[in-house]
Design a protein around this ligand. Sequence first.
Ligand code: NAP
Length: 336
Amino acid sequence: MNAREPVVAVVGATGAVGVEIVHCLEQRKFPLSKLRLFASARSAGKTMTFRGETLTVEELTERSFDDVNLALFSAGGSTSRKFAPIAVERGAVVVDNSSAFRMDPTVPLVVPEINADAIRSHRGIIANPNCAAIISITPLWPIHRENPVRRLILSTYQSASGAGAAAMEELRESTRAYLAGQPYEPKVLPHPYAFNVFSHNTKIDPATGYNEEETKVIQETKKIFNDPNIRVSATCIRVPVLRAHCVSITFECERPITPEEVRERLSNAPGVALVDDVERNYFPMPVDASGRDEILVGRIRKDLSDPSGRSISMFVAGDQLLKGAALNAVQIAELL
Ligand SMILES: NC(=O)c1ccc[n+]([C@@H]2O[C@H](COP(=O)([O-])OP(=O)(O)OC[C@H]3O[C@@H](n4cnc5c(N)ncnc54)[C@H](OP(=O)(O)O)[C@@H]3O)[C@@H](O)[C@H]2O)c1
């Protein structure tokens, strides 16, 4: 390791996203002189492996950032709100996976394939967008920049890992209990998860009828595309899948557009892979998206309900622990 390279901290290193951040740093050979791993007191003393070395997880405290140059946070909004400003004060740049700073007008909200330039304006904190937003809009950007998307309607099929490591365990345990015919009391999510589907487990805003996840997708799309006029509606749903979110997307462009044009624009787009085999009925699936950097796109077809020819429907699947969180954060760090 080169001493002139940054000291990097992963905050929330033991979580679903944190573990993937450590993998991404290793896989992408991120230049660093030292890696420090932080979590709550619960996990202090646990060990993790990085580049063949055993590293010990430390309890996060106000002194944790004294020698840190870059801090990748994925430990929830309240931890970010408390500790990210402390890290910045100590001289670190923070890439934050929580929703704490995303809609702060002074904080860039970045998907490198879309708005890498926004990073330049950072004042110490850069926000990583909501995972459902990243998965939904990364494949739309190559279309939007040529033929602006004016209206977007999406429905998500969100996996357990989007709610963290404990929700993944709840899906495994409740499925085992269901198959064994035993009762299971949900601890993490509000409803039975095995063999069930339910509306996203965030609070509904009584003023709009949209839950927090849907509101994030709507607001963050406008901010990342830097387009306050794009009209977005979202329905966010949890499905009993361990990893990778899917989204059914219908969008309307300013001018007519064909499925062939969409395929053409997406065929070489960064961060996207076409999986659109009509003959074999083979389209994006979570099992194929899991562990992959690219967002898979398929079922690309004309929206028959719009006779103007300006609307397209498609289906995407993306590993939200990677492109929806850890990978996107590490890509931002690489740009820094
Ligand atoms: N999961 C996703 O797909 C996804 C996608 C985008 C963004 N995010 C965001 O990323 C963050 C983490 O999500 P996750 O899914 O990885 O959750 P998780 O699996 O529950 O992990 C949470 C991590 O935060 C640590 N932590 C909790 N409270 C802490 C505290 N007071 N001080 C220090 N560390 C603390 C936990 O440490 P312990 O082991 O000690 O409990 C653990 O390492 C959340 O803000 C989430 O909204 C998640």
